[in-house]
Design a protein around this ligand. Structure first.
Ligand code: ZN
Length: 295
């Protein structure tokens, strides 16, 4: 099954629900970054959260960046999505593991530790919108739920899961995002909570072969659900030599001339896809001229 998001309205149009299967994308990220199980689960949850959140964007060139920084061994997590669930991300430290928690699950809270979460929304305005909250649990879904409640004042339920098999491979990944619409009745959030209280873990359902539409129908079995279009989820990096040149030029005359004269070459690696870009001394000097001519 390919990865995609299903979208619907439920509870007589009072809530919107997006649900996603992201098993392939999370496995792709795990292989790309050669991650141990715990960091793979952590990044998989954030990538899935970003993919779901992308569906709240309205314009082609809009994006959302989720940054998590904590004092745990993972150090930090970054995920970026465009408005069509083209996601990319990385963790600061992909090679650690921590013991399972007392429920026998990957201890993402311990991996992340105490810290904060930033959501940067670029919706084409001059300045991006930046929301900042302290981490409430480090388990990701709760933290993103808290971000919506605190920073955007929208009651939201987020559920994210990644299942890793015995060989370290991602066997199921996905989640759902339920948000009250502005004129929803006061008791809608309790209804939503009742609907999800008996739900099996989302990774169990996806592992059984349930589709994003199945997840929506399982959450709201007795309610009128109106399904909309679907959106594929892809792992997609947008790095380029051009972008790397701009990064080098942004270092400024002093730093760039030091690299050009002392190192005589530079190798830049993209954090998101690990592609390497080489620059010779001559190319660096040319970029330096470019910076100087701009004044
Ligand atoms: Zn890249």
């Amino acid at each position: 099954m390919t990865d995609y998001i299903a979208k619907a309205m439920a509870l007589s149009g009072q809530v919107r629900i997006y649900s996603a299967v992201t098993t392939g994308v999370v496995e792709e990220a795990r292989i790309l970054h050669d991650m141990n199980p715990t960091p793979a689960v952590a990044l998989g949850r954030v990538l899935t959260g970003a993919a779901l959140m992308s569906q709240t964007l309205k314009g082609e060139n809009q994006s959302i960046t989720i940054q998590i920084k904590g004092d745990g061994p993972i150090g930090g997590i970054v995920a970026v999505t465009d408005s069509k669930a083209g996601v990319r991300g990385y963790v600061y430290n992909p090679f650690f593991d921590v013991p399972l928690n007392d429920k026998g699950k990957f201890d993402i809270a311990a991996a992340v530790g105490k810290g904060y979460l930033n959501v940067i929304k670029d919706i084409g305005m001059k300045e991006p919108y930046i929301g900042y909250v302290d981490l409430v649990s480090g388990e990701i879904a709760e933290d993103l739920t808290y971000y919506y409640a605190y920073s955007e004042q929208i009651p939201t339920v987020m559920n994210l899961g990644v299942l890793i098999g015995a060989g370290g491979k991602v066997e199921a990944a996905g989640g759902f995002f339920i948000q009250l619409l502005p004129d929803a009745r006061e008791d809608s959030i309790e209804k939503v909570e009742k609907c999800i209280s008996d739900l099996l873990p989302v990774t169990t359902l996806i592992h059984q072969g349930k589709t994003p539409e199945d997840l929506i129908n399982l959450i709201f079995p007795d309610e009128d659900v109106e399904m909309f279009d679907t959106c594929p989820v892809r792992y997609q990096c947008n790095c380029s030599r051009d972008r790397m040149e701009r990064n080098l030029m942004s270092l400024g005359v002093k730093n760039l001339s030091e690299i050009a004269e002392e190192e005589k070459s530079a190798e830049l690696q993209c954090h998101f896809c690990n592609k390497k870009y080489q620059f010779t001394g001559g190319e660096l000097l040319k970029l330096l001229d470019g910076v100087k001519s701009r004044g």
